[in-house]
Design a protein around this ligand. Structure first.
Ligand SMILES: Nc1c(NC[C@H](O)[C@H](O)[C@H](O)CO)[nH]c(=O)[nH]c1=O
Ligand SMILES: CC(=O)[C@@H](O)COP(=O)(O)O
Length: 161
C-alpha cells in the first residue's frame, strides 16, 4: 500500500500532501534558514505548501487553530502543518514561557485534533546553537520537521484516521 511507513524506517512519504508552514520571524535570518530546509524537504517529497509568518513562536499554535476553523468554513484544507521558529534564552523566565508553551500547545493540538504537525521550533541557549541546528547543511531541523509532518500524514492515511 502506498504511503506506508515501513517497519524500521523513521520517515514515510504520502502520495500527495498540501502543508501549511507557520513560521515565527522573531529571529529573521534563522527563520530563513529553517524555511529553506523545510521547503526543500517538501519539494523533494512532491508536496505543496503555503507559508504564514507570525511575530513569535507563541503565535504559531493559534494560526494552526485558525486554519482548522477556516477549513470548516471554506474547505481550504491542509493535510499537515510545519511549525518553524527559534527561541533563544534571554535573561528572564520569558524563555521558558515561549519555549514550553508553544510546544505544549502544538502537542495539545496534534493529539486532540489528530493533526500531523512537525515541530521545528528551536529552543537554544545561544545563537551559535541555533545556527548549527537551523542550517540546511548542518542540523537541518526545518527539513526534519517537514519530513516528520509528511510521515505523520502518511501514517494517518495508513491508519485511516
Ligand atoms: N523571545 C522570543 C519570542 N518571544 C515573543 C513571543 O513569541 C510572542 O511573539 C510575544 O510574547 C507576543 O505574543 N518569540 C520567539 O519566537 N523567539 C524568541 O526568542
Ligand atoms: C526567549 C526570550 O524570551 C528572550 O528573547 C527574552 O529575553 P529576556 O528574557 O532577556 O527578556
Amino acid at each position: 500500500m502506498a504511503g506506508i511507513s515501513e517497519h524500521g524506517k523513521a520517515f514515510a512519504k504520502p502520495e500527495r500532501a498540501h502543508v501549511l508552514i507557520v513560521e515565527a520571524r522573531f529571529h529573521d535570518d534563522l527563520a530563513d534558514a529553517l524555511l529553506d530546509g523545510a521547503t526543500s524537504a517538501l519539494e523533494e517529497a512532491g508536496a505543496t505548501w503555503d507559508v504564514i509568518t507570525v511575530p513569535g513562536a507563541l503565535e504559531i499554535p493559534a494560526v494552526i487553530s485558525m486554519a482548522l476553523d477556516a477549513a470548516d468554513d471554506d474547505g481550504t484544507d491542509y493535510d499537515g502543518f510545519v511549525a518553524l521558529g527559534t527561541v533563544i534564552r534571554g535573561d528572564t523566565y520569558h524563555f521558558d514561557i515561549v519555549a514550553n508553551e508553544s510546544s505544549r500547545a502544538l502537542m495539545d493540538l496534534s493529539v486532540e485534533e489528530s493533526l500531523a504537525i512537525g515541530n521545528g521550533i528551536l529552543t537554544t541557549e545561544n545563537e551559535e546553537q541555533a545556527w548549527t541546528r537551523a542550517k540546511k547543511s548542518e542540523g537541518d531541523k526545518g527539513g526534519f520537521a517537514a519530513r516528520a509532518a509528511l510521515t505523520m500524514i502518511a501514517i494517518r492515511e495508513r491508519l485511516g484516521a
